[in-house]
Design a protein around this ligand. Structure first.
Ligand code: GDP
Ligand code: MG
Length: 719
């Protein structure tokens, strides 16, 4: 048994001293944004990603604690509004609850939106799993003048409720106590399930009676739940009956008759009637247990801001301006720090050059390691500020609104409103971006989104673009930076439209989305986000980029050209370039140089672009290495060994100018996604033809756009 083993491991890691006599498995479930992950973190002391838009927690996460003599395993489930199998999150959450049968479910409830949140809670109760309700966001409810009598609510609904503030860990002890009590059976949370009214209950009982005929089935599933689901015409429940019930035909026929009866009697589809009954029941309970202050005096800021932000046209403009501000700020704040780091690495290179003896080892350290990894770390501050800005937007609740506003707009381009989320996540990294496309239920919508999401300007393209803007457009750096971001959206949307028309006819399905109230993000929350993403960046530089840099350095350093007899007479600059073109990498670059000539790239850039296929940051490291090895280009005349920052080297290189560098930025933005992304696309979509198609189409488009940019740039005379 896997859980057993994990628990033993845990006990061992604790020194084996603490006695664990009981083991509980507790699932955290609830609507998106109710604070499940916050509560999970408060309970387990972990720092999982708290997100303010759906799709963030698609996979379930696990953590353990020991409380009293019980070891508790917590599972953080994706958010769902109901247990109807409409989306992947719902299926993940629901299957977990049914198949892994947790001992207790903590249903995390947004207290400011009690009635809607209780809807899910009651469905859990119906499933027959012990439930504890965590009335989360009590702080917000209080400031909105909502007073909940949790004891009364507990008695009315028939399960224990505990007030919590997830972000501050308030109510943690009480919650754990309630979990233990429910698990011990001291408080029952399931003996009483809601009453659907006389007519519905009769239909319900008729169905249960027939379902009971199969003992095995009755053991596997809670029958009253299956019966209700059949009345709701739930595809998954029907599937279960068809596959596992020994009298499936009879049951399904009976279910159809019951539904018809309800429809005749109530004049509405039975699923609607069942849902309404549930709401009516909840409404009744809340009327008793909740008191609201007169709110006519209060100004609802969320509403005021939303009239602008959610306006169809204004909203789009606001989104574009907000991103503009973010890129401006990122550059204004990040670039000076980046320059300092750049100077530091140049100083370090000079120090090593001057102290170490001439030789391969010195070259390796200075050009390979510092030139490669240092080159990427230089842009860390810019990436950091970008992530800071994005995390801030996410945590205030703005991102959910941007998704809402973009919904209609996305439809024009044949995308689903929810496609916005994978695309926005891809602004950080396309790998989780592609994964978050799982929230799209319709396979066509999902494939389409995955095909275009990697065009977004991710955190790995950012350092390349930042380097080029800082070198060649220093006065308008923020604007150019943002324009590339804007271009990524334009391209992704246009291509989506084309793909939709060519491969995936039909229109995207509509979507409903929860709008959380605006919140002032907590410092801790934003920092956790930023830390998570930044650490990934630094870690990648220290591992993957380091390995790639070493490899690339070797390929560019060896083999050495045969010693020429005229040694010493030759200009050192020419000698270095000669050595470089003699290397493996150099020869490869020279070979493909003609292909990229129309884009204005020389062979050194070509080498960097090939290397960038591993990861886009590697473009920066490769350029650092190439220009490091050929150093002397600009300083040979001075006969010094002075090492200058990469940005400076590029600027001083006569072959580069704003027009071919703009072409390069466009190329980097669009061409073949990195290996990790292609890998995850294969994994998500299951077939090689998708990543292969992706690599092919992006390469073609990148070439065409870059060539166009370069040629136009030359025509209008900017290079
Ligand atoms: P999940 O989607 O259910 O996992 O929700 P998260 O844990 O990601 O939380 C969503 C947002 O609500 C985050 O911005 C949290 O910081 C915030 N949040 C969570 N719990 C509370 C709470 O008790 N009070 C307040 N004011 N904010 C909270
Ligand atoms: Mg979450």
């Amino acid at each position: 048994m896997r859980l057993r083993r994990r628990i033993n491991n845990y006990a061992m890691s604790q020194g084996g001293i603490q006695k664990v006599t009981k083991i509980l498995r507790v699932a955290l479930a609830g609507n998106p944004n109710a604070g499940k992950t916050s509560i999970f973190n408060a309970l387990t002391g972990q720092s999982q990603h708290v997100g303010n838009y759906p799709g963030v927690t698609v996979e379930k996460k696990t953590g353990y604690i020991k409380y009293k003599d019980t070891l508790i395993e917590f599972v953080d489930l994706p958010g769902t509004y109901s247990l109807t199998a409409y989306s992947l999150e719902e299926v993940v959450a629901r299957d977990f609850v049914i198949k892994s049968t947790p001992d207790v479910i903590i249903d995390v409830i947004d207290s400011t939106n009690l009635e809607r949140n209780l809807y899910l809670c009651l469905q859990f109760q119906e499933l027959g799993v012990p439930v504890v309700g965590a009335l989360n966001m009590t702080d917000e409810a209080k400031s909105k003048g909502i007073h909940i009598d949790e004891n009364l609510l507990s008695r009315l609904i028939g399960l224990p409720f505990v007030k919590t503030v997830g972000t501050r860990g308030e109510g943690r002890e009480q919650l754990l106590e309630a979990v233990l009590n429910v698990a011990k059976g001291q408080i029952s949370s399931t003996e009483r399930h809601l009453n659907y009214g006389r007519e519905l209950e009769t239909q319900h009982n008729l169905l249960i009676a027939i379902l009971k005929n199969d003992d095995q089935f009755a053991q596997n599933y809670p029958l009253h739940w299956i019966a209700i689901k059949l009345l709701e015409n739930d595809g998954d429940a029907i599937q279960k009956v068809r596959a596992e019930h020994n009298a499936a035909e009879v049951v399904l026929k009976e279910a159809q008759e019951r539904r018809d009866w309800i429809k005749r009697h109530f004049g509405e589809d039975s699923e609607v009637v069942v849902g309404e009954q549930r709401y009516a029941y909840i409404h009744g309970a809340c009327k008793e247990a909740v008191q609201e202050d007169d709110s006519s005096q209060r100004i609802d800021y969320t509403e005021v801001i939303d009239t602008i932000v959610l306006n169809r046209f204004m909203g789009l403009l606001v989104f574009i301006l907000v991103m503009f501000a973010i890129y401006q700020l990122t550059f204004a704040l990040g670039n000076p720090v980046s320059d300092l780091i750049d100077l530091f690495f140049a100083w370090l290179q000079n120090a090593i050059t001057q102290t170490m003896p001439v030789g391969v080892l010195r070259d390796f350290l200075v050009e390979g390691i510092i030139g490669g990894v240092g080159g990427v770390l230089v842009f860390f501050p810019i990436v950091l500020f970008l992530f800071l800005g994005l995390s801030f937007l996410e945590d205030t609740g703005y991102m959910a609104r941007a998704a809402f506003v973009m919904d209609k707009f996305m439809h024009i381009f044949g995308l689903h409103g929810r496609s916005f989320i994978p695309m926005m996540v891809s602004t950080g990294c396309a790998v989780p971006g592609v994964m978050s496309a799982r929230t799209l239920v319709n396979p066509k919508d999902r494939i389409l989104t995955i095909l275009v999401a990697p065009l977004m300007m991710c955190g790995a393209k950012t350092p390349v673009i930042a380097m080029l803007t800082a070198s060649f457009f220093p006065e308008n750096a923020g604007l150019v930076f943002w324009s590339i971001w804007f271009l990524s959206w334009v391209l992704a949307l246009i291509l989506a439209r084309i793909f939709r028309n060519v491969f995936y006819q039909g229109e995207a399905s509509p979507f409903v989305m929860e709008l959380p109230p605006y919140r002032l993000p907590t410092v801790r929350g934003v920092l956790t986000h930023v830390w998570e993403k930044s650490w990934t960046y630094v870690k990648k530089a220290g591992t993957f980029i380091l390995a790639a840099s070493i490899l690339i350095w070797f390929l560019l350093y060896f083999p050495k050209p045969p010693n020429s007899a005229k040694q010493g007479e030759q200009n050192p600059k020419i000698k270095k370039i000669e050595a470089l073109t003699h290397s493996f990498g150099g020869r490869l670059g020279k070979m493909i140089e003609p292909v990229f000539e129309p884009c204005g790239f020389d062979w050194r850039i070509d080498v960097a672009l090939i290397a960038g296929f591993a990861a886009k940051e590697v473009i920066v490291s490769t350029m650092g290495i190439v220009y490091g090895i050929s150093e002397g280009d600009s300083h040979a005349e001075l006969q010094t060994t002075y090492k200058s920052p990469l940005k400076e080297k590029l600027r001083n290189d006569g072959r580069y100018n704003p027009s071919n560098m703009l072409a390069l930025m466009i190329f980097v933005l669009t061409y073949i996604p990195c290996i990790a992304t292609l890998g995850v696309v294969k994994k998500e979509l299951g077939r090689w033809r998708y990543p292969i198609f992706m690599a092919g189409y992006t390469l073609v488009i990148a070439w065409v756009l870059a060539a166009a940019a370069y040629q136009i740039g030359r025509l209008i005379g900017i290079g």
